[in-house]
Ligand binder design. Structure first.
Ligand code: ADP
Ligand code: XUL
Length: 561
């Protein structure tokens, strides 16, 4: 009888996202062998968050308690331990964090991080480590004053975009830091180090301050136009040289460069795991911590985006990524370097009203049930008999509008839709916006083999839409996505692509020095699966509807707030 084989090494990918802390373990063959999560609202009710965040009275300030993230890490590791997860198998780990959010470490915190007692849970040891207990997150839009100041200080919005890859945006970390400095200078003075959520999470594993990674702050080397900065970023990094820009730093707060530390490439091995995890959970002392990055770049690594594909993440935020070979300065949308192909770029569009908006309508009209919501969606006709809606519970990024706006087939505003019409208007509207704005970026969707292709014997791939994020498990929603884009929709086995991508990045971190690319590492991963194809005749329905949606969007934008 053959001796039982020793379980081989595995790799962990973490995602410190808006609503949850999630983890995936993969083995050497990239098979998922463990998945776990902590939901901040449900599992940590003592922090009083809704959707993982606290919206302040001004409705613009949005924060999350930093100790909640530390306590969640404790909890999930305990959960894994009681599920029998063998931490000694973990050869490397990496992770992702919601982008833009920032953490403020108090003077002396690094010493505490370096000497954590294995007898205490993390959040207890770290209690006095933060000069700011509530971290600003990506949903915050309270820094308009700081944005105006920064743009003026560096010579205008375009100049700022030329240098940092984007004009000033409220959620971008530099502007968040500037607000803290101007409103609470004593907090700023007490701060020894400022981390992004991603580098904060890496610091917890490392037991020392981890650097901010490039891809969380880096943009493509192109000149970007007004809406170029809708995604990851800080408004602080000189994109070409990958160093902090002195003028931007000075405009935000004094001695900021020192508090940020030097940025590092996202494939860098930062060191070995802190002894705390070895003693408390049985990690191997050789386990490496690979730099953590933003959730969006991590997702791209997880879903195996290839040339010509569009990826849509339907998480707390909805984000859309387009593969771009030759970015043009006139592009609308944010450009970042592809984490998969060094020759390629990604355009990224970010929408604030994603899953939480869908949940709100589900709770109001479908008794909080996705099943009932989906039934209503499938019971209505493609094109919703001409009824169109815009659903922005919070100020949207694309377009910058707020409120709910409903129009009937004659383009007249109406106050209310029947339940089923409302649900379809929400989902169709969300996807029509994504299609219109991706086409504005110059993106062309290829619908199968067209005549010109046949005549010239050119092989042209049909555009694939790769869907991920929490709502990508909903077939009814994915069918509408497929219909609106007239393209097939694919998913991977897990909706947690940021975790999966992080696990792949952990493996890549170990082999990067031997010049193995991430694409090579990911080759073993299963191909995405087809889940929806466009129904017959949908293109004819959506062609005029998309045009109307675009015109109505102008009306919504021009309406006085
Ligand atoms: P994040 O990573 O930003 O925390 P996720 O990608 O995990 O978010 O997505 C969470 C969201 O997924 C929830 O807010 C929920 O609305 C949505 N979701 C979960 N299941 C479904 C479903 N069956 N249909 C539609 N949306 C769903
Ligand atoms: C991207 C953005 C969000 C967050 C949260 O610019 O703000 O997608 O990363 O997921």
């Amino acid at each position: 009888m053959a001796a039982p084989t020793e379980p081989g090494p595995c790799y962990l990918g973490w995602d410190f996202s808006t609503q949850q802390l999630k983890v995936i373990a993969v083995d050497e063959q990239l098979r998922v062998i463990h998945e776990n999560n902590i939901n901040f609202d449900k599992d940590l009710p003592e922090f009083g968050t809704q959707g993982g965040v606290c919206v302040h009275n001004d409705r613009l300030t949005v924060t999350s308690p930093v100790l909640m993230w530390a306590k969640a890490l404790d909890m999930i590791l305990e959960k894994m331990k009681s599920d029998g997860f063998d931490f000694s198998r973990v050869k490397a780990l990496s992770g992702a964090g919601q982008q833009h959010g920032s953490v403020y470490w108090k003077e002396g915190a690094n010493c505490i991080l370096q000497s954590l007692s294995p007898d205490l849970p993390l959040h207890q040891s770290l209690k006095s480590c933060f000069s700011l207990s509530n971290s600003p997150v990506w949903m915050d839009s309270s820094t308009t004053t700081q944005c105006c100041f920064l743009e003026k200080a560096v010579g205008g919005a375009q100049k700022l975009a030329d240098v940092t890859g984007s004009r000033a945006y409220e959620r971008f970390t530099g502007n968040q830091i500037a607000k803290i400095y101007s409103q609470n200078p004593e907090v700023y003075t007490q701060t020894e180090r400022i981390s992004l959520v991603s580098s904060f999470a890496a610091s917890l594993f490392l037991g020392a301050y981890a650097p901010i990674d490039y891809s969380d702050v880096k943009f493509g080397n192109v000149k970007l136009c007004w809406s170029a900065a809708k995604s990851s970023g800080m408004n602080l990094l000189q994109i070409r040289e990958k160093v902090w820009n002195p003028a931007c730093l000075d405009a935000c707060a004094p001695a900021l460069g020192k508090k940020l530390g030097h940025p590092a490439p996202s494939s860098k091995i930062l060191g070995s795991i802190s002894p705390y995890y070895i003693q408390r959970f049985g990690f191997n002392s050789g386990c490496k911590v690979v730099a953590f990055t933003g959730d969006n770049p991590a997702s791209l690594a997880g879903i195996r985006l290839a040339e010509g594909d569009i990826a849509i993440s339907l998480g707390t935020s909805d984000t859309l990524f387009l593969w771009i070979k030759e970015p043009k300065p006139a592009l609308e949308g944010h450009i970042l370097c592809s984490p998969v192909d060094p020759q390629a770029y990604m355009a990224l569009l970010c929408y604030k009203n994603g899953s939480l908006m869908r949940e709100k309508i589900r709770d109001e009209l479908a008794s909080g049930s996705w099943e009932e919501f989906s039934k209503a969606l499938t019971s209505t006709a493609v094109g919703n008999d001409g009824n169109v809606g815009f659903y922005f519970d919070v100020m949207e990024i694309i377009p910058e509008a707020v409120g709910i706006h409903r129009f009937n087939t004659h383009n007249n505003r109406i106050p209310i839709f029947p339940k089923e019409v409302e649900i379809r208007a929400l989902i169709e509207g969300q996807f029509m916006s994504k299609r219109i704005h991706s086409e504005k970026l110059g993106y062309k969707i290829f619908h199968g083999i067209c005549e010109a292709v046949l005549q010239h014997h050119i092989s042209m791939p049909t555009t694939r839409i790769l869907a991920t994020g929490g709502a990508s498990c909903n077939k009814a929603i994915l069918q509408v996505l497929s219909d609106v884009f007239s393209a097939p929709v694919y998913t991977i086995d897990t909706a947690n692509s940021a975790c999966l991508g992080s696990a792949y990045r952990a493996i890549h971190g170990l082999v990067e020095e031997t010049s193995v690319s991430l694409t090579d590492v990911v080759k073993l991963a299963p191909e995405p699966r087809l889940v929806a194809t466009p129904m017959a005749g949908v293109a004819q329905v959506y062609q005029p509807l998309l045009k109307r949606y675009m015109e109505l969007e102008q009306q919504v934008l021009n309406r006085p707030k």
